[in-house]
Design a protein around this ligand. Structure first.
Ligand code: ADP
Length: 363
């Protein structure tokens, strides 16, 4: 049967709990479905719709663009980002766990899912967003006051990397200058109206998160870890730091969770369970597990995140589901009135009533 809008509609009509459908677009084998979740789960509805359509003859990719309103954070009259509904920090305890990779792919996944998204590279000591998104160039100011963000693949971007004379040179600015630059990125960049501003934070428990939490009300943090204890030990500290400065932990992504070889055999190269352990510690959901896949690194090096370069791949789908789960979670937290609450205190004592936090020094 020919791949037509009618066939797509008829197939979607059989999907249980189907979302309210908008426009269906078919270009070659690529099917794009606009849909509103109508209070349902974007992740579950999206997965069911993608699964149903992917098996139709001639379909090469299926994407769902979510319409409808996404609730946002509390915005005070002095908020530097009044048009930004959600500010999401992407954090990790250590470098090299794939924090920037996850930040860029999550950004692209949210964008491709229909949200208006910006990405702020707040990893001021090691900005990698310019490379991962293949962007060079300098931000300009039209009015001498506000700075226009750069743009790539429909996403607004800002990075300290855009301001360096030589991108290969080490950042030798002193802390206060970097913090000043970061503050300027929040105050002076014309981010406009966004559903999400994703911030790629430097690794560790550093003071950037603390600075940010004092400047802007963030929706929360997504914590990236790899499965092995040497990574998770440091991640526990980042989680504690967030609790200390009242940044809610929205969820945990376990990156490099496993590797599937050419024979289809799964290898857990870095052990297993780390992501769930961090999620349990943070009393937050495990948003997803991302396998090790050569294409992630290759596309990252080429300046096109894998979600953008190969949206039909299973690795892209993993990021899309993480994005949808994040949107669901933000909506659910809002409905539960918890949008502005920090995460719960963590019981690490093992004893009844013994709630305590790991010691973290402020500032
Ligand atoms: P971080 O920001 O935590 O320092 P990066 O995002 O820069 O880490 O990732 C470090 C390296 O690992 C990069 O070369 C990146 O392409 C690669 N990488 C990250 N995640 C994956 C993955 N799931 N599969 C394969 N390579 C990955």
């Amino acid at each position: 049967m020919d791949l037509t809008k009618d066939l797509v509609l008829a197939t979607l009509a059989k999907v249980q709990g189907a979302a309210k459908l908008g426009e269906i677009a078919i270009a070659g084998g690529a099917v794009t479905i606009a849909a509103s979740p109508e209070g349902g789960s974007r992740e579950e509805l999206g997965r069911a719709m993608r699964k149903a359509i992917a098996v139709l003859d001639g379909v090469s990719s299926v994407e769902v663009r979510w319409t409808g309103d996404l609730p946002g954070r509390e915005i005070s009259p002095t908020d530097p980002l009044p048009g930004v509904k959600n500010v999401v920090l992407v954090m990790s305890g250590k470098g090299g766990v794939g924090k920037s990779t996850c930040a860029t792919n999550l950004t692209m996944a949210l964008h491709r899912a229909g949200f208006r998204v910006g990405l702020l590279d707040a990893d001021i000591y090691g900005p990698s967003i310019p490379t991962m998104l293949g962007v060079t160039g300098r931000p300009v100011s039209m009015d001498g006051k506000s700075i226009e963000p750069l743009s790539r693949f429909g996403v607004k971007l800002m990075s300290i990397g855009f301001l360096l004379e030589d991108p290969k040179a080490a950042v030798i600015w002193r802390g206060p200058m970097l913090h000043g630059a970061l503050q300027q990125f929040l105050n002076d960049v014309s981010w406009g109206e966004l559903d999400f501003l994703v911030l790629d934070l430097p690794p560790g428990t550093g003071d950037v998160a603390l600075t940010l939490s004092q400047k802007v009300k963030v929706t929360g943090a997504v914590v990236i870890t790899t499965p092995q204890p040497v990574a998770t030990d440091d991640v526990f500290k980042s989680v504690s730091m967030c609790q200390k400065v009242n940044i809610p932990i929205l969820g945990v992504v376990e990156n490099m969770s496993y590797f599937i070889d050419s024979a289809g055999v799964k290898h857990e190269l870095f052990g297993k369970g780390g992501g769930q352990a961090v999620a349990d510690f943070a009393h937050a959901p495990l948003l997803g597990q991302v396998p090790i896949d050569q294409s992630v690194r290759e596309w990252g090096d080429k300046g096109t995140p894998v979600v953008q370069a190969a949206p039909a791949s299973s690795i892209a789908r993993a990021f899309v589901e993480i994005g949808e789960r994040l949107a669901d979670l933000i909506a659910a937290r809002h409905d539960a009135g918890a949008a502005n609450e920090p995460g719960p205190l963590i019981d690490r004592s093992g004893g009844p009533g013994g709630r305590r936090r790991l010691p973290v020094t402020k500032g």
